[in-house]
Design a protein around this ligand. Structure first.
Ligand SMILES: C[S@@+](CC[C@H](N)C(=O)[O-])C[C@H]1O[C@@H](n2cnc3c(N)ncnc32)[C@H](O)[C@@H]1O
Length: 474
């Protein structure tokens, strides 16, 4: 099976993607909430990515944090070559790509504050899974944090069967996507919740598209895992579970808040609590943080750690039931005004104090804000990160993509925004994206779009890109 995995990654190119949940600024904030005393900051860290493909996750981090060091390993020769070419062409000297197999490679006299393995564990056989955990254990700094992504059971159970049927029924369509389309239609006709669930699975495969489905649902290894199993393997390799890589990852969507109250008896047993949430939510993916088993965690960690982070609203506007009391009303107003930036909580609180004047009580205010922020991050209303990101959401006069994103655009690979999210475009828009090189004014770009992409409303589009930190002044 290992050969089949190697074969597909050498023959076909895995779609280039970045993964915001693997960003060290996000991981550091979550790990601090989980009791890690002083997680390395993204501005000065060493990060290893296992199975880095062509570096789409790694290169934007290296560009953003020039004082940090990044290493990627992958056994796909073509992917590593591409990663190296991007690094060289954009002058990124702080990132190294190693062409190596996880079962053989070990870092030379270096340990890492962060070890990321996204899209590996569920896509390799058990021998490689064991090697992956050994490598994580062997390369983590004493207080380092690993971020490991995998597909989960029982959410994936029916998906696995649905994928097996695509393979078993080749005559239903001209190719795998054709078969998926037929099965989606067939399931959509049913009136039961089961049929709706199955149809949604096939629709999701259609949404992912042939490039991802070939590696994921229909890949040579597609091995969704029980959370408990992963934690057991990690334990056998001297690693301990800290939580999911974002606070909201610990409370998957789709779980009735009332159900959480019913699970109160599991409060002292986070592992069983999480496994139960997997059952209730049907979640299909996890991105779990782990540290060395021996790492001492801060037993006094409280919500007050959030006061040292930067925060950004993810849900705008928040439903009024999420905002209680005068302090949070003002704090929320400051967050709302700061959007799309992720601003230091301390500064937002100062604004709040200013608005409240003599009614601001520093101790009570800080506690109220910290408790609310922690809760808001768990519910996915707010993102917490250690690195502040200040954005101007108006497009510059001569907008330009960063040199790295210009390279990605040339290859028609997704751009990566300042929050580390991938950003793709319809085929007809790419010509306009490529023209964002700082040599044209917004009016010139509009004229170009009239020819190439008449459906594109260039003004708001440029502002949208600026709000994602994708545009530099030309
Ligand atoms: C599903 S892709 C994930 C790529 C990227 N991490 C992401 O999540 O977008 C898996 C990657 O792991 C690499 N890989 C699989 N088995 C490996 C092994 N034994 N040693 C090194 N790399 C391996 C593949 O070449 C491929 O680039």
């Amino acid at each position: 099976m290992a050969d089949a995995v190697r074969e597909i990654y050498s023959r076909r190119r895995y779609p280039a993607l970045s993964h915001p949940e693997t960003h060290p600024g996000v991981i550091a904030a979550t790990a601090r909430c989980g009791g890690v005393v002083a997680p390395a900051l993204p501005e000065a860290c060493r990060l290893l990515e296992i199975g880095c493909a062509s570096g789409h996750n790694l290169l934007p981090l290296a560009a953003r944090f020039p004082e940090s060091r990044f290493v990627g390993i992958d056994f796909s020769d073509s992917a590593i070559r591409k990663g190296r070419q991007h690094a060289e062409a954009t002058g990124l000297a702080n990132v190294t790509f190693e062409h190596a197999d996880v079962t053989e490679w070990r870092p030379e006299a270096e340990d890492f504050d962060y070890v990321v393995a996204h899209g590996m564990l569920s896509w390799v056989d058990d021998r490689v899974k064991a090697a992956l955990f050994e490598l994580v254990q062997g390369s983590l700094a004493p207080d380092g944090i690993a971020c490991i992504g995998y597909n989960t059971l029982p959410g994936w159970s029916l998906r696995k069967e649905a994928a097996a049927m695509v393979r078993a029924l080749p005559d239903l369509g001209a190719d795998a996507m054709g078969v998926i389309g037929e099965l989606a239609e067939a399931a959509a006709g049913g009136a039961t919740p089961y049929a709706a669930h199955l149809a949604a699975i096939y629709r999701d495969m259609q949404r992912k598209g042939p490039e991802i489905v070939a590696f994921d649902d229909l890949g040579p290894v597609c091995d969704p895992l029980h959370f408990g199993q992963v934690i057991e393997w990690a334990g056998q390799h001297g690693l301990r579970y800290l939580g999911e890589s974002t606070l909201s990852g610990n409370l998957p969507p789709g779980v009735d808040p009332a159900a959480l109250a019913r699970l109160e008896p599991l409060a002292g047993d986070p592992l069983r609590f999480q496994q139960t949430l997997d059952l209730l939510s049907g979640r299909t993916h996890r991105s779990s943080l782990m540290c060395r088993s021996g790492l001492t965690l801060d037993p006094a960690t409280s919500s007050s750690v959030t006061l040292h982070f930067a925060a950004r609203l993810l849900v705008r506007p928040l439903p009024s039931k999420a905002i209680h009391g005068e302090i949070i009303e003002h704090f929320h107003a400051a967050l709302h005004a700061a959007w799309p930036s992720a601003m230091p909580v301390a500064g937002l609180m100062e604004e709040c104090a200013h608005r409240l004047g003599p009614r601001w009580d520093p101790a009570r205010g800080a506690k109220t804000v910290a408790d609310w922020l922690y809760r808001a991050a768990r519910f996915g209303w707010v993102e917490l990160r250690t690195d502040a990101i200040e954005l101007d959401s108006r497009s510059p006069v001569r907008p330009a993509l960063s040199p790295l994103n210009r390279r990605f655009a040339k290859d028609r690979d997704s751009l990566v925004d300042v929050f580390h999210r991938s950003c793709g475009f319809p085929e007809t828009h790419w010509g306009v994206v490529e023209a964002l090189d700082g040599s044209r004014s917004a009016d010139e770009i509009k004229a170009l779009a009239r020819d190439q992409a008449p459906d594109l409303d260039v003004g708001p589009w440029l502002d949208h890109l600026a709000g994602r930190g994708l545009l530099w002044p030309g």
